[in-house]
Design a protein around this ligand. Structure first.
Ligand SMILES: [Fe+2]
Length: 311
């Protein structure tokens, strides 16, 4: 089983880098750490970046990344993935440098989501220079992906990987934890193909969620959902849409599950009022950013065998 240490970053393809960067900085409030090689790298916490906006011909998510403990764990992960039939690619030195990681491998999950597993993601110690400090961002909270069958997604991510289901929302969503946080990875049912359902940023207080909601309204940002409260994670949320169909979420108050053994995953019926928002606000499906076609497996050299080579 591949032990996921944490979420690392999302690489999202944008058609207008200026516009997407402005939104992520001036509206969302992230810190634009560096702009290099046609991409803006944005920071929310200790990680060098959690969001890379990559200039692309078409919008679409490039990859979602998780960190592993070390290079030995990465090498073992490569073997595991090959064993279950995944095609694994190794990132080149240049690609690793771009991502500010020591090493990484990439693969597609059974639903086509392009995933990168990284070691040695850079930590920045200097204070975060938030684009909008009043947003109150505390950290990169979670990432949510699409799959046509969330039970199958759970099966893969809880057997090949260390994901543990915290709660189900019918057959519509599977919320998974990789540490005490109620969910850092979630799958949402979507027949439209692989994609990024949303990225979440935790904020420091309930007041931040509400102030951000007002700020978004005042700046004519399309609010998709909220403010509301998830009965699953207990988090108070607001979802909103950025350029290129990238959905962002602010939330506060996510539940921690400290006693793994004692936790029983619950089933919330999707059709039941309040299963998504216990405050019973209007709910609508959030917008997913489709995965970009034709990813970098060619330039990275697809690997389907020889699991023994070091990374
Ligand atoms: Fe979320």
């Amino acid at each position: 089983m591949i032990e996921l240490q944490d979420i690392a970053y999302v690489r999202s393809g944008v058609t207008d880098l200026e516009r997407a960067t402005r939104f992520a900085t001036d509206i969302v409030g992230l810190d634009p750490v560096v702009r290099e090689a046609g991409a803006t790298y944005l920071r929310a916490d200790h990680r060098h970046h959690c969001l890379a906006l990559v200039e692309s011909d078409a919008p679409g998510v490039h990859a979602s990344a998780f960190s592993l403990l070390d290079d030995a764990a990465l090498e073992a992960a490569e073997s595991e993935l090959l064993k279950v039939g995944c095609t694994v690619t190794r990132g080149s030195e240049t690609e690793a440098r771009q991502r500010h990681v020591r090493n990484f491998i990439a693969f597609d999950d059974p639903f086509g989501n392009h995933i990168e597993l990284v070691t040695g993601q850079s930590t920045l110690s200097r204070p975060i220079n938030f684009g909008r400090p009043a947003a109150g961002i505390a950290e990169f909270g979670h990432l949510c992906l699409d799959a046509p069958d969330v039970r199958a997604a759970h099966e893969f991510w809880s057997t090949v990987f260390s994901g543990r289901v915290s709660d189900w929302i019918g057959d519509g969503a599977c919320l998974m934890r990789i540490d005490p946080v109620h969910h850092k990875l979630a799958f949402f049912q979507n027949d439209a193909g692989p994609g990024l359902c949303h990225v979440n940023f935790q904020v420091k207080t309930l007041d931040d969620v509400m102030r951000n909601w007002r700020f978004l309204q005042q700046n004519d940002v399309h609010i998709l959902h909220g403010p509301g409260r998830h009965p699953t994670s207990t988090a108070i949320f607001v979802y909103f849409l950025g350029p290129d169909d990238l959905t962002y979420e602010y939330s506060f108050g996510v539940q921690l599950i400290e006693d793994d053994a004692a936790w029983q995953p619950r089933m919330f019926e999707l059709q039941e009022p309040g299963s998504i928002d216990m405050w019973l606000g209007p709910t609508q499906r959030t917008v997913s950013q489709s995965q970009l076609e034709g990813l970098s497996s060619v330039s990275m050299g697809a690997r389907t065998s020889d699991p023994g080579v070091g990374v």
